[in-house]
Design a protein around this ligand. Structure first.
Ligand code: C2E
Ligand code: MG
Ligand code: MG
Length: 562
């Protein structure tokens, strides 16, 4: 070769390679030395130049590429990027542009041009790294989390077992407000370090948001997953030393395990978040598993939605009632309506199991409406049987979606009108965490409901972070102390102090206070000593059907247990 083309090839910075279709190298330009560390003579007359330099991780890809080009029609062009290993063992990224060119005597050649793209690749990697990591904690971020979940979902039902664990620590907002954002950052970083120390490849830890983390576990049995969750929660339970300030957090966990076939990773993360929220609200059980019985896959989720609709049409839902007792006089002060589902295939289901789907799909709006009407109607029947019950109210739980829905006030007004229940006989329970999710909207809605004459109760109080001033924006009548405090108050002085403070807070605001989850006589006595007016719990009565409730009210003796 001594024509102008050869001159161009001989002086080019990139590596020019000409092979016959059996793979023999006909020409290799001098730049092979710069790019691969091998002189052109190393390749000339020998076969498979590309495969000789391809890095082990790219060899299969290079083989496929070469095979395809050797079978291709003349003038076919293809390109690929691959890693090569140079003569001294260094690894470089190169782009390879190949073209089948017709030869003079009819037998074609494969011409390839290889360029060093290592610096572009390094930049790409850097940008990719920035796109996928959280700058504060150096953990992977939400993008990476979604990307990893997508890879697991793409494997289909026969892929690896996996679990996604969503974790949150609760004190971030308070630390930011009281000590300042630098301490808040410290809290997040220490939590991130502790979480990172619990995972090893292929498991990954990610930071999703402020104090929200996710861990993706692979190839673990459900038992191993739950052991992991207990372990990481125990690590996060240890006090955090923030520049001399000791802070304790309460970590909650939501878990979702395979097989769960979702259309997209966002949907999966949303369901883990529902489990996490439930864990946070429950407090008693700081870890909730997204119910696999319900959520086997996306089509199954659809099936449950269909089941929910059919369940409402077919009368599969029913209410049970738990009396709330005046702790001094043992008389009933209120009745809480609690929803149950008699599922045709799964049997009796508690709200924890199906409310997350109802909430996620907005079905909670018609379902909650049914609860409201049924509870009002049953209350009217109870009053008719029992006669005047003074200030006794029917308490109905309202979910976040219901409260946010514009129809809530009209629905309440309609339920009262159609059943004939006096507004002051109805009380709506809103959990503290729901109330604080959007305090402005909550205040607006609660004032409108209150204007109807209906009473309002803050449920599970103590599990959120309401300040006194934020509570005062809501027109509330009652505070319900979360059962997790009551459950521990006889053994734990901290919990007892919290209960005492909540009761004092309620009194100072002129609110009625109800202790939830009273199971033992000692708790009852202690609560009376702390000046708590009312209580509810298995000690007095489990939730019962309306007939049993009416008999209980007639007896007015807190002796019924089921
Ligand atoms: P909640 O409103 O705090 O209801 C009290 C829960 O504590 C009930 O659980 C009740 O059975 C349980 N409980 C009562 N006494 C004791 C006790 O002494 N010890 C213990 N360990 N537990 C006790 P349930 O019925 O499973 O309801 C769970 C949650 O589901 C409710 O918590 C409420 O937030 C929600 N829920 C129930 N019915 C409805 C409804 O109709 N609508 C909405 N939106 N939520 C509902
Ligand atoms: Mg309640
Ligand atoms: Mg409660």
């Amino acid at each position: 070769m001594c024509d102008i083309h050869t001159l161009v090839a001989e002086t080019a910075h990139h590596w020019e390679l000409l092979e016959s279709l059996d793979g023999t190298v006909v020409y290799s330009s001098p730049s092979s030395l710069d790019l691969t560390g091998f002189a052109p003579e190393h390749f000339k007359g020998r076969a498979d130049a590309l495969l000789r330099v391809a890095h082990a991780t790219c060899r299969a890809k290079a083989e496929d590429f070469v095979r395809e080009m050797r079978q291709a029609e003349p003038h076919t062009r293809r390109s690929m990027e691959l890693r090569i290993e140079t003569g001294n063992g260094a690894v470089r990224w190169v782009s390879c542009n190949s073209c089948v060119i017709p030869g003079n005597n009819g037998s074609p050649f494969l011409r390839s041009t290889l360029r060093d793209i290592s610096s572009r690749k390094a930049l790409d990697l850097e940008m990719e790294h920035a796109r996928l990591t959280d700058p504060l904690t150096r953990l992977y971020n939400r993008n990476y989390c979604l990307q990893t979940i997508k890879q697991l979902l793409d494997q289909g039902p026969l892929g690896k077992d996996y679990a996604v664990v969503a974790l949150d620590i609760d004190r971030l907002k308070k630390v930011n407000e009281t000590l300042g954002p630098t301490f808040g950052d410290d809290l997040v970083c220490i939590a991130a370090e502790r979480i990172a120390s619990t995972v090893a490849r292929p498991d990954v830890a990610c930071r999703l948001s402020g104090d929200g983390f996710a861990v993706i576990l692979q190839d673990k049995s459900p038992r191993e997953v739950m052991r992991y969750v207990r372990g990481v929660q125990a690590m996060l339970d240890e006090p955090f030393n923030l520049r001399g300030h000791e802070v304790n957090v309460t970590p909650s966990a939501g878990v979702l395990m395979s097989p769960a076939l979702y259309e997209n990773p966002e949907e999966l993360l949303r369901n883990v978040s529902i489990a996490l929220r439930r864990a946070r609200e429950s407090r008693r059980n700081r870890c909730k598993v997204f119910h696999s019985r319900l959520f086997v896959d996306a089509s199954r989720q659809h099936e449950i939605e269909v089941d929910l609709h059919a369940g409402l049409r077919n009368g599969e839902f029913f209410l049970v009632y738990q009396p709330i007792i005046d702790l001094e006089s043992n008389t009933v002060t209120s009745i809480e309506a609690l929803l149950r589902w008699n599922h045709p295939r799964h049997g009796l289901m508690s709200p924890d199991e199906f409310l997350p789907v109802a909430e996620a799909t907005d079905f909670i709006v018609p379902l909650g409406e049914w609860v409201l009407f049924q509870a009002c109607q049953d209350m009217v029947g109870t009053l008719a049987q029992r006669g005047d019950m003074g200030r006794v109210t029917m308490s109905v739980n309202i979910s976040a979606r219901q409260l946010a829905h514009h129809s809530i006030c009209n629905t309440v007004a309609r339920a009262l009108r159609q059943t004939g229940l006096a507004p002051q006989s109805l009380k709506l329970e809103i959990t503290e965490t729901i109330a604080m999710e959007n305090p402005v909207l909550t205040a607006q809605r609660l004032h409108a409901i209150k204007a109807l004459g209906v009473r309002i109760s803050i449920d599970d109080f103590g599990t959120g972070y309401s300040s006194l001033s934020s509570l005062m924006n809501f027109p509330i009548d009652t505070l319900k102390v979360d059962k997790s405090f009551v459950g521990l108050m006889d053994s734990n002085t901290e919990q007892r102090k919290i209960v005492r403070t909540i009761i004092a807070l309620a009194h100072s605001l002129n609110l009625e206070v109800v202790a939830e989850g009273i199971e033992q006589h000692e708790q009852w006595s202690m609560l009376k000593m702390l000046d708590c007016q009312s209580g509810q719990g298995f000690l007095f009565s489990h939730p019962v059907d309306v007939g049993t409730l009416r008999a209980f009210i007639c007896k007015e003796r807190p002796s019924l247990r089921q």
